[in-house]
Design a protein around this ligand. Structure first.
Ligand code: SAH
Length: 226
């Protein structure tokens, strides 16, 4: 099989994709309230320009969502940072499940911070591109699967944390069923234009605790696979 090794030059980036551009993005994220130094360092090190089309690479370090094809977007860096922060705040989870691989950027940020990450995507072509990037960047703690994320990944459950990067009207029961005791779930919930980011966990009495982390705008969680 052909290997798609990225040259050191491409990985490093230049001009608007250089380390300086990443440093400026991190400064902006700090100004906008991201505090966790582990998250900021992961974003400082990971080349986001590798996760989007070359034609748009010069915009990779703007704090904005960008199209990745198939009507989908790579999430805004601030949102990736906030969700990652929310996920690891109470301790770094051992095993994480992500629903909505997309470009693979959020999964890769997590893969630099947690021991094991599993990610599920319903659009095969997006998943194929994401997998190529994971290989190019040398991640070995990242597994991915082409499936409808409503089902989670039962054979690999339970997970200590679950993150959804597409918004549904609610959270599928199957995902709760795959959360380990003490686990945390972070997800955008609600219809387009009125979504909130929620963090859910079970307290010591087994009661579901929900925290509202603010307004967000995500693509919808859809059913089936393509
Ligand atoms: N985490 C991604 C965000 C991509 S946008 C990134 O960092 O780039 C959300 C993704 O969720 C899209 O790729 C979309 O195809 C996917 N998605 C939507 N519904 C899904 C479902 N039911 N199962 C799996 N993936 C889904």
């Amino acid at each position: 099989m052909k290997t798609h090794a990225l040259s050191a030059e491409v990985l490093r980036g230049e001009g608007l994709t250089s380390q300086r551009a990443r440093d400026r993005l991190v400064t902006k994220l700090r100004e906008d309230g991201i505090k966790d130094l582990r998250v900021l360092e992961a974003i400082r090190r990971l080349p986001r320009h590798v996760f989007i089309d070359e034609a748009m690479a010069s915009r990779a370090y703007e704090n904005t969502a960008l199209p990745i094809g198939h009507g989908q977007t790579i999430s805004q860096p601030w949102v990736v940072a906030r969700m990652t922060e929310a996920l690891i705040e109470r301790g770094v989870p051992q095993r994480v499940l992500e629903i909505g691989t997309g470009s693979g950027y959020q999964a890769a940020v997590l893969a630099t911070l947690v021991p094991e990450i599993h990610t599920v995507e319903r659009i095969e072509e997006l998943l194929r591109s994401a997998r190529r990037r994971f290989r190019q960047l040398g991640f070995e703690n990242l597994r991915s699967k082409h499936d409808d994320g409503h089902l989670g990944w039962p054979s690999e459950a339970p997970f200590n944390a679950i993150i959804l990067t597409a918004a549904g009207e609610g959270i599928p029961q199957q995902l709760f069923d795959q959360l380990a005791p003490g686990g945390v779930l972070v997800a955008p919930v609600g219809p387009s234009g009125a979504q909130t980011l929620l963090r859910l966990h079970l307290d010591a009495e087994g009661e579901l605790v929900s925290e509202n982390l603010g307004d967000v705008s995500f693509v919808p969680m859809l059913g089936g696979m393509v």
